[in-house]
Design a protein around this ligand. Structure first.
Ligand code: COA
Length: 318
């Protein structure tokens, strides 16, 4: 195979354009070796794995002729617990050195490290686009999806005619307690809404508090974000922010367990939709996870489309 060239070695100037003398890599002839990253590899690791933080453990691949870093892999200090405990990982091999077994060797080194720590899997450190290049890369290294996250776009005009009769009939049948009421976010107790979010979806307290107060990037809209009370009890909320003049993004849709699978969420959605339509919003964008089966089928029935599917790739130790 023809040796490929890459990576700055020494720089010289040609006019006002900086050009590099590039080293030649011929991994098939010169081979490569792996080692734990040293302090001098920090810059290469940052360049190859920009999404990984400094607390991770790094392994680098070095070419046999120049001793240059041509690939890197890292496992994060933080671990996921589900479906089996394991750290996050990232891998990168520079393009001219791909398909010579470096990626597989780096991956084996990560798997061995994780096995020594007594954990059961490695997860990609971030979700990647389904069928995208990154996901393909993980697949080539034996990874499979363990979680799917979809982004949906839902036209609001279909919502009201479908939902309003359902809520009306729930009311007639006495399913909705008379003391239940839905208020716009601006009229709700902000501290309670914040606590509901933290308890059920987590999040960062200060930035959430800001968004609930209608301030900062992604501020929740005070009118079409809605909050459900039954008597004095806060039972659910739907929080959305304006993405454009016609699109709102639903960031949080929470109903406490005692009120799930019934009228509560449908009514919240209906009220938020009516509020949004009144302000010129025609579409909702929102995200669903694997366990949101109901949301996915409900969305499809109302003419929603999936605009993006992201997967979390993982590889279990056998
Ligand atoms: C994914 C990546 C790390 C693989 O590195 P690599 O050095 O090419 O890996 P290997 O040479 O060990 O190849 C691994 C397997 O994928 C196959 N493969 C690699 N590139 C391929 C390609 N373009 N087309 C088809 N198969 C390919 C290899 O044949 C090999 O299969 P085998 O084990 O059955 O022989 C590299 O492509 C990369 O850095 N991609 C960009 C970064 C990235 O997406 N990282 C996240 C995913 S790891």
């Amino acid at each position: 195979m023809k040796p490929a060239s890459i990576l700055p070695d020494d720089w010289h100037s040609q006019g006002d354009i900086a050009v590099t003398a590039l080293p030649l890599f011929d991994i098939s002839a010169d081979g490569f070796s792996l080692r734990t990253a040293q302090a001098s590899d920090a810059q290469a690791c940052r360049m190859l794995l920009p999404a990984v933080n400094a607390e991770a453990s790094y392994v680098v691949a070095v070419d046999g002729r120049h001793g240059l870093v041509v690939g890197a892999a890292a496992v994060t200090a933080a671990c996921r617990q589900w479906p089996v405990p394991g750290p996050g990982a990232m891998l990168h091999v520079i393009p001219p050195c791909r398909r010579f077994g470096i990626g597989s060797a780096l991956c084996s080194a990560l798997l061995a490290a994780v096995r020594r720590q007594g954990m059961g899997a490695i997860y990609a450190a971030r979700r990647s686009l389904d069928e995208g290049e990154e996901t393909l890369g993980w697949r080539r290294l034996g990874f499979t999806p363990c979680e799917t996250v979809q982004e949906h776009q839902l036209p609001l005009d279909k919502f009201v005619p479908r939902l309003a009769p359902v809520i009306e009939s729930c009311r007639r049948l006495g399913r909705i307690p008379p003391e239940a009421r839905i208020v716009p976010l601006y009229a709700a107790d902000r501290e309670q809404v914040l606590q509901l979010h933290l308890d059920h979806l987590g999040g960062e307290r200060d930035s959430l508090a800001q968004r609930i107060s209608g301030r900062g990037p992604g501020a929740f809209h005070p009118r079409y974000s809605r909050v459900l009370y039954v008597g004095e009890q806060l039972v659910g909320c739907l929080l959305a922010h304006r993405e454009s003049s016609t699109v709102a993004s639903v960031d949080a849709n929470i109903v406490i367990p005692e009120f799930r699978n019934g009228w509560a969420n449908l009514w919240l959605k209906l009220e938020a939709t009516q509020g949004a339509l009144a302000l010129g919003i025609t579409y909702f964008h929102f995200t669903s996870f694997d366990h949101y089966e109901d949301t996915r089928s409900f969305t499809a029935k109302l003419g929603g489309v999936v605009t993006k599917t992201m997967v979390l790739m993982h590889r279990r130790l056998t």
